[in-house]
Ligand binder design. Sequence first.
Ligand code: SF4
Length: 358
Amino acid sequence: MPDADALPEPSVARRLLAWYDRHARRLPWRAPPGETPEPYHVWLSEVMLQQTSTAAVAPYFQDFIARWPTVHDLAAAPHAEVMAAWAGLGYYARARNLHACAQVVSRDYGGAFPESAKALQALPGIGPYTAAAVAAIAFGEPTAPLDGNIERVVARLHDAHDPLPGAKSTFRGLMGDLVPADRPGDFAQAMMDLGATVCQPTSPKCMLCPLADMCAARAAGTAETLPRKAKKKPRPTRYAVAFWVARADGCVLLRRRPARGLLGGMLEVPSTDWVAGTWDPASAAPFAPVAAAWTELPGVVRHGFTHLILEVTVWAAAVPADTEAADAVWTPVDRLGEAGLPTAMRKIVEHAIGHSAD
Ligand code: SF4
């Protein structure tokens, strides 16, 4: 890695801020360059943006702000409603922590978010990145947030070849050296925007880049290979049988998952445990939520989570209108779209509906 001192750091900030003033992306949670945004909006958007694209987040952000215009409103909302509004955005622990965080800010801070990264990080669901981003963007603290876009820009500016995630703290230090004392929030957002729109992963548009003549990777011809990433372990597959119970009154059986763990607190199509080996009928049958004549539907449903792949076989049964089951949330088939099902469960529903019509 070249000597970091070789880069004229203050110019990076000046150059990039001038570019940002002309090219900042218009995003629903943003204030125009030079203006301070609403901390509640910054925090909400940063939590939603973890592992998720701006395009996916925008409609959710607008829906949340319309339903719950202040952090007090969000804190007072029923938990199931918050989880349902989050459905489809994934990583559901974020939604649980989001609600818990809103309640702490509403109750203990009178609705005003603490202003330093250190204090923000003590709140539920706020890690080092989110704390640094909110402190910089909402409160002007000169922090060094490091998301995927910023990592890429920093690695390329310095032609840094150390692989991620091990190189994170090195990159954070390099980013910290670039942060200006004034407009640190705009600087962080400018780095994010440069990474998202110019310094893109596979084909960086160096011709359009305001930092082109300062960029070590461009000079070395290595930009497209950076940042390097350590090889990921392959994700294990987990297997389950899901039970699609269609009642004669047009309702299907859903259940709420336990509060903790994967998809915690979300509605589900009831299933066996998710295990390392495939299920045989005799082992799966005791997990069925009602006694019924089951038919195994053809094909399987696959869904990728961060750390595992879930492969689900679906058993279907038609039952009388007076059927009951423990912890059942009977839901009309034509209301399933509004039920707040997470994506994995929506795939199971689509598979079941598609094949039940065969
Ligand atoms: Fe990225 Fe190219 Fe700009 Fe370097 S010159 S920061 S590689 S877009």
